[in-house]
Design a protein around this ligand. Structure first.
Ligand code: PGA
Length: 250
């Protein structure tokens, strides 16, 4: 059985003192969660967040990283830097990075390999635009993105990759894919993984849904056969709301 993984993505929100207050409030609310609970925080908040979440079931993740270890890359953060401050997970290839910072499938693939080489677990985002959806290209787009992202990884690495299926038109818009649509897209991703890496692997890969997940729709989404939790943006900014999502099954 796959475990549910519920990750908050704060994006460019919260100062260190706000991160500390948030995590202090969240700790008692999610302490009995069966799901893996992750908060992907801004770089500046990482140090304070890992300290505050120490010895709890809340894991801290980053939202991006460079694929190189060191070098002349002004303004960038390396995987070993993340690891050194207690990061376990890192979001790779979020659609906002693909759109605003021109991240390509090739960059995404390099970053995933580099994350694994440094003992970090990647949460890899894939998803279609509204135009692509309306042109009936959803399945083609998301399975291609998945294939390119995972190219050259070992079977074990593929098994340990978390994929977040996030239809771009649903991110931050209040529009959610229906649970059937989201489940079908995720099934298509799983089938692609099965074709390339075998069913054993595809049965184990965690695939989340993301895009306007909130406390009122999470239960239906997370109860679908292939949806293994969520990547939550806006609704992860409030500890009570995020805790309701984590505790969707209670
Ligand atoms: P949203 O963001 O929940 O605010 O739609 C999700 C994401 O971008 O990961």
């Amino acid at each position: 059985m796959r475990r549910k993984v519920i990750a908050g993505n704060w994006k460019m929100n919260k100062l260190p003192n706000e991160a500390i207050n948030f995590i202090d409030k969240l700790i008692p609310l999610v302490k009995n969660s069966e799901a893996e609970v992750i908060l992907c925080v801004p770089y500046i908040d990482i140090f304070y967040s890992t300290l505050t979440a120490q010895k709890t079931n809340i894991k801290i993740g980053a939202q991006n990283m460079h694929y190189e270890e060191t070098g002349a890359y002004t303004g960038e953060v390396s995987p070993s830097m993340l690891k050194s401050v207690g990061i376990e997970y890192v979001i790779i290839g979020h659609s906002e990075r693909r759109t605003y910072y021109n991240e390509t499938d090739e960059d995404v693939n390099k970053k995933i390999k580099s994350a694994f080489a440094n003992g970090l677990k990647p949460i890899v985002c894939v998803g279609e635009t509204l135009e692509q959806r309306e042109a009936n290209k959803t399945e083609e787009i998301i399975t291609n993105q998945t294939e390119k992202a995972l190219e050259g990884l070992t079977t074990e690495q593929v098994q340990n990759t978390i994929i977040a299926y996030e239809p771009i038109w649903a991110i931050g818009t209040g529009k959610t894919a229906t649970s059937e649509d989201a489940n079908n897209s995720i099934k298509a991703i799983r089938n692609k993984i099965s074709q390339i890496y075998g069913q054993n692997v595809s049965d184990r890969v965690i695939i989340q849904y993301g895009g306007s997940v909130k406390s009122t729709n999470c239960k239906e989404l997370f109860n679908m056969s292939d949806i293994d939790g969520g990547l939550v943006g806006g609704a992860s900014l409030n500890p009570e709301e995020f805790a309701k999502i984590v505790n969707y099954d209670k």
